[in-house]
Design a protein around this ligand. Structure first.
Ligand code: HPA
Length: 232
């Protein structure tokens, strides 16, 4: 029984976009989808199903961090038979060439979380994107003339932490950006044999310390949403 999503079986499409922020789900449903219907508002974590270019697609808020996102991801897969899960979120840039509003597609998601340590004990699992979705997303971005950077990202458990310089270790190993959900998404998708991808827009830079002003963010994220919606 689904506890955190109040929808009927069949209310949710096979492809679901996953923003952390439920208001972003609302914004995309109202501005990019046709005939969007809200199927759940439990905890204010809105979910909508509508159509994009004739294809049925849903968009479900997940909240922030792997524990919250994992609840929605598990329920979508186990109770609503979702087959393609695409995170659409923000990240902090770890490389100097990445600017605010640049788009990163996560080929892999490294993690500093205990979720993976508990699961794999002293071994190291490499959470990776679905090749099919990754290829389609890169092709869709190219076709729309949207430039993207593809590579490894970091999913951590803390936005504010006591080791403010730790990101530099990850940066040294080529990690592009830091967020808080993708590694759990990739790992759960692998376990349940479904497809997953994370597309991220740079909202701040740990290198330059710049931050995107939030009023305009919604509109800036539309390129990322359009790439994700092409995967429906
Ligand atoms: N850290 C973690 N998660 C984030 C960040 C960040 O700097 N920016 C957007 N999501």
């Amino acid at each position: 029984m689904s506890v955190h999503i109040a929808a009927k079986k069949g209310d949710i499409a096979e492809t679901v976009l996953l923003p952390g922020d439920p208001m972003r789900a609302k914004y995309v449903a109202e501005n990019l989808l046709e005939n969007a219907v809200r199927y759940s508002e439990v905890r204010g974590m809105y979910g909508y199903t509508g159509f994009y270019k004739g294809n049925r697609v849903s968009i479900q808020g997940t909240g922030m961090g792997m524990p919250s996102a994992s609840i929605y991801i598990n329920e979508l897969i186990m109770f609503y038979d979702v087959k393609k899960l695409i995170r659409v979120g923000s990240c902090g840039a770890l490389q100097p060439e990445l600017k605010l509003r640049d788009i990163i597609i996560a080929m892999a998601a490294s993690s500093s979380s205990n979720i993976h340590r508990r699961l794999f004990t002293d071994m190291y699992y490499a959470p990776i994107a679905s090749w099919n979705l990754l290829k389609k997303a890169v092709d869709a971005a190219e076709a729309a003339n949207i430039s993207v950077t593809v590579g490894n990202i970091l999913s951590g458990d803390e936005f504010y932490n006591d080791s403010p310089e730790l990101w530099k270790l990850w940066a040294d190993y080529g990690v592009l950006g830091v967020e808080m959900e993708a590694a759990a998404l990739y790992t759960l998708a692998a376990k349940h044999k479904v497809e997953a991808l994370a597309i991220l827009t740079v909202s701040d830079s740990l290198v330059s310390k710049q931050e995107d002003a939030s009023e305009d963010r919604e509109r800036a994220y539309m390129d990322m949403m359009k790439i994700a919606l092409e995967l429906a």
